[in-house]
Design a protein around this ligand. Structure first.
Ligand code: SF4
Ligand code: SF4
Ligand code: FES
Length: 925
């Protein structure tokens, strides 16, 4: 890295050559106001806010005003931030912006975390002299996620640059001209892009605010916050949930340079309201006998019942969960014994996850972080509808296609941060991204070439690419000429790339796709070169659960001992396996115990239900698709502390919907059972259970380094979850007592449920919020990074558990047969939906409003064969069930296949892909 020396106020500083002055100043810790520049979006020089005085040399006393974001920091560049003229210029810019900005901070949702407020204070512009009517706009209804208040706009253009240029959205733009520009849609309507919620953080004012927060609004300084990890897909984006009065109110981005960077997808941002759901289980439920209803019970009687169950059970199995923490799964495994512990997913998913893991552990290809995905210069996607299965991976791929064309800008000596100039130079050039899927995806607009086919045909394309790359890889016979031509073009592009990447996953339910992806990645490795291989994972801890071992639910069902006991951990089995089989198995078991946080069909079958904590009420560890173990921390303190006294207190409050009731971490319930039944292994805090986990399963050893232990202190203090301006705590529980209660203890982490504690910067895994003096908005993040846009001080949170071996691979050699269309049956393939397919997020009203109704998609040729048109109803016979579904015609689907959405609440589990019969419903007329 070439460094240059430049001067600020005549003091020398070293900075990486080629960075702009704003980037350099902020990275060095200087306060310099800005609006239009964003570390992820680059510079456009639109707002004129970052003005500094630049001098030719030390003898130059006049200097000239330049925009820091548009000026490179070159050797011997001399600037002044404090120069009075520059200072006055910046204050004047704010004054111009304020001409039309309403003075509505007290009623603006952005107030208290507003970059415009911060910059106004920073520039010293204190008094408004404009006395005339302000320009006003009509606001738009942009759907359930984002609120619109256009009068607050300062025309920085960040929103449109993020939405269109960065995230690929097309239904949002800037309209009109001069001093009357308008940022919105061409008409009212829901923002279509999957990343629309980032407008809330990208906009430096209150134009775009969180519509879900509005319903239970709380200022940033009144929110209790903690570091957390998104639970709505397998990517493990880092989040900051915010709580007050026992209600989870908001999810904000938690920057992790290696994972999600500055952004989140809308499922991750708005899926949180399941935590506040009326369907939460808040106290133990007990059924006296099979015919009676579940009734509320005290924790003591629940544990007593469990003791009796243990005493009389000759056999017991435990079914874990990919949405439960490592600690919860491990506690269940310890309770029932490894041989009686089952992964909580279908046998098909268990097999696919284990195949993907063995490929990553035993082959030479490495799983990339999302940041590494952004830097890939040629990509092949095999089978995954990335935007719907792993949304932030799609956002990373949108950035990756810019890598190769960036060379055009380099040749023209345009700096990468000079965003408008780069886009002008690059125009519509894109790097190689080949997408081979069963249906079209919303990423197809940036693909070099697309291929759509049945899963087997997509896999065959992959196998053919691998053979083109290395002749040792198996040959694919009888490939149509256009497909072999495509395979050749993909192979050439991947071979020429410096950082090739192959993406696949489990969402198609196909072993062959995963094997084909491995063959391509392995064929690219060797002779000092390596390739990245990314498998998506369905749920937040799918990889952690798979690393723990055990077979799947179908096998578990067969193993449920007649008259034995089954303990189900944070899992609705009806979403994972055939209904009839589960009904039969649960009916055969003498005792069904469920530990979960939400009502479900499985809960309805239980004799004993224990109320589990969600991610917001517990600490724990998830492993994402990269194999990165990450710690999440409890943010809601409104749950009972441990011990009979506080349990009784909570019981008195348990009629309140928002009360924590008897909610406890799943692993704590299981520890109680272990203790009560006198078994070995009982843990009093998270560190102890993690110690036991690592001793039992060495693969998890790095988790001991993901975060400081519970006894970690900085100058003897814990790290506060509440900001120092947190208000009203003496009054918050005045209905219970006028005395301010002692903050709840937290035996599991070095975080406190109070404002008191260490006010400085904690280690990165323990950052509870981004705030710095003078920087109340999310832009304060600059103060926590080594350089702006780069890793957090001390490194980004998380530890990788899986690293590749450097040995030569043995290629998979089972090339599947080409897909053969049938006359009277269709291959029903699974379709994922970002809104609707995931179990927890769909309980949030905003997400539910975006979820599709159930449907069946067919190719137009097949629709003609069936005699149906779009919207008409068909009858689908599948796995012994009949479903009535309306038809969606999809041109990209392969003939002879039909797409069925998975995970929708009104559709039962079906093990897909499988063959089904479709017929037009007679009542269509
Ligand atoms: S809406 Fe917000 S982000 Fe967009 S131009 Fe206006 S102030 Fe900037
Ligand atoms: S991509 Fe996945 S992990 Fe990231 S925010 Fe979205 S749902 Fe959450
Ligand atoms: S931040 Fe430099 S001109 Fe806007």
């Amino acid at each position: 890295m070439k460094m240059v020396t430049f001067y600020i106020e005549n003091q020398p500083y070293a900075v990486e050559a080629g960075k702009n002055l704003l980037h350099a100043c902020l990275s060095l810790g200087f306060d310099l106001p800005y609006f239009c520049w964003h570390p992820a979006l680059g510079s456009v020089g639109a707002c004129r806010q970052c003005a500094v005085k630049q001098f030719k040399d030390e003898n130059d006393t006049r200097g000239k005003i330049v925009m820091a974001c548009m000026t490179p920091a070159s050797e011997a560049t001399r600037i002044s931030i404090l120069d009075p003229e520059a200072h006055q210029f910046r204050a004047s810019v704010i004054e111009w912006l304020m001409i039309n900005h309403p003075h509505d901070c007290p009623v603006c949702d952005e107030g208290g975390e507003c970059h415009l407020q911060d910059m106004t204070v920073m520039t010293g512009h204190n008094y408004r002299e404009f006395r005339f009517p302000k320009r006003t706009f009509r606001n738009q209804d942009l759907g359930p996620f984002v609120n619109h208040e256009m009068n607050r706009c300062i025309e920085c253009y960040r929103c449109v640059r993020f939405y269109r240029d960065y995230a690929g959205g097309r239904d949002f733009d800037v309209f009109a001209a001069h001093d009357h520009v308008y940022f919105g849609r061409h008409e009212d309507g829901t923002l279509e892009n999957e990343f629309s919620g980032n407008l809330v953080e990208v906009c430096p004012t209150g134009v775009f605010t969180d519509k879900t927060l509005k319903k239970h609004y709380t200022r940033k300084w009144d929110l209790q916050t903690a570091p957390s990890v998104c639970v709505h897909c397998g990517l493990g984006c880092n989040t900051i949930p915010g709580e007050r009065y026992g209600i989870l109110r908001q999810i904000r981005n938690r920057f992790n340079h290696e994972v999600n960077g500055y952004f989140l997808c809308d499922r991750g941002r708005y899926g949180y309201e399941f935590v506040n759901s009326e369907k939460r289980i808040r106290q133990p439920l007990l059924r006296k006998d099979r015919r009676s209803l579940l009734e509320a019970a005290s924790p003591d009687s629940a544990i007593e019942t469990l003791k009796e169950i243990f005493a009389e059970s000759s056999a017991m199995i435990g079914i874990g969960s990919p949405r439960a923490s490592l600690e919860a799964n491990f506690a269940l495994r310890a309770l029932v014994g490894p041989e009686h512990f089952f992964q909580g997913v279908s046998d098909r998913e268990t097999r696919l996850a284990s195949l993907a893991l063995s490929i990553l552990k035993e082959g030479p290809a490495r799983s990339p972080s999302l940041h590494e995905v952004e830097t890939a210069d040629a990509v092949l996607v095999l089978g995954e509808d990335v935007p719907n299965v792993a949304p932030m991976l799609a956002l990373a791929l949108r950035q990756s296609v810019r890598r190769e064309p960036m060379k055009i800008a380099e040749r023209l000596r345009i700096a990468e941060w000079d965003d408008a100039a780069v886009r002008e130079a690059v125009q519509h050039e894109r790097g190689s991204l080949f997408i081979a899927t069963t249906d079209s995806t919303s990423l197809d607009d940036v693909a070099t070439e697309r291929y759509h086919g049945a899963p087997n045909d997509v896999a065959r394309l992959g196998f053919a690419v691998a053979h083109e790359l290395k002749s040792d890889a198996p040959i694919v016979n009888d490939l149509p000429q256009e497909v072999s031509g495509l395979a050749n073009r993909i192979a050439v592009a991947l071979k020429q790339a410096e950082r090739p990447l192959v993406i696949s996953g489990m969402s198609c339910g196909s072993d062959a796709l995963i094997q084909a992806a491995a063959n391509v990645a392995w064929a690219l490795c060797g002779e000092g070169r390596t390739a990245a291989l990314c498998f998506t994972a369905p749920e937040c801890n799918s990889v952690g659960a798979a690393l723990m071992g055990g077979v799947g639910i179908d096998s578990a069902i067969e193993s449920i001992p007649e008259n034995g006991t089954v303990i189900v951990l944070e899992n609705d089995l009806y979403r994972r396996a055939d209904r009839a089989k589960i009904d039969a198995a649960l009916a055969a078991a003498k005792h069904v115990v469920v530990i979960d946080h939400l009502e479900s069909e499985t809960v309805q079958k239980a004799g004993l239900v224990l109320p589990a904590a969600t991610f917001a009420e517990s600490d724990g560890t998830f492993v994402n698709n990269e194999g990165r173990a990450q710690r999440f921390y409890q943010v809601l303190s409104d749950k009972p502390q441990f011990g009979a006294e506080s349990d009784r207190d909570s019981f008195r409050r348990s009629d309140k919907v928002r009360s924590g009731g008897f909610v406890k971490e799943s692993w704590r319930w299981l520890t109680d059972v272990i203790k009560a039944t006198g078994q070995a292994g009982s843990w009093t805090n998270l560190d102890e259970i993690d110690d036991a986990l690592v001793s039992a399963l060495a693969v998890f050893a790095p988790i001991m380094k993901i975060a400081p232990p519970a006894n970690f202190r900085i100058v003897g203090q814990k790290i506060p979850r509440q900001p120092h301006r947190y208000s009203g705590r003496t009054a918050m529980q005045a209905q219970l007592s006028v005395h301010e209660p002692k903050p709840p203890d937290d035996p599991d982490s070095p975080l406190s449920f109070s404002m008191e504690g260490y006010e400085g910067e904690p280690p990165s895994p323990l950052i509870t919020r981004f705030w710095s003096p003078g920087w109340n908005s999310i832009q304060s993040l600059n103060k926590f990074q080594d350089e702006v846009g780069g890793p957090l001080h001390g490194g980004d949170p998380g530890q990788r558990l899986i690293e590749p071996l450097q040995t030569g691979p043995t290629f998979f050699d089972q090339v599947p047969d080409a897909f053969q269309r049938r006359n009277d049956e269709w291959l029903i393939i699974p379709l994922s939906h970002i809104f609707g397919s995931e179990e927890l997020s769909v309980l949030s009203p905003a997400i539910a409003a975006r979820a599709p109704q159930r449907y069946l998609s067919v190719n137009d040729d097949d629709a003609g064969r069936l005699g149906v048109s779009d919207g008409e109803e068909v009858e689908l016979r599948l796995g012994g069930n009949i479903h009535y579904l309306s038809v969606k015609i999809r041109h990209a689907l392969a003939k002879g296949t039909a797409g069925l959405p998975v995970g929708l609440r009104e559709l039962p589990f079906v093990d897909l892909p499988s063959w089904g019969r479709i017929a037009k419903c007679n009542h269509n007329g």
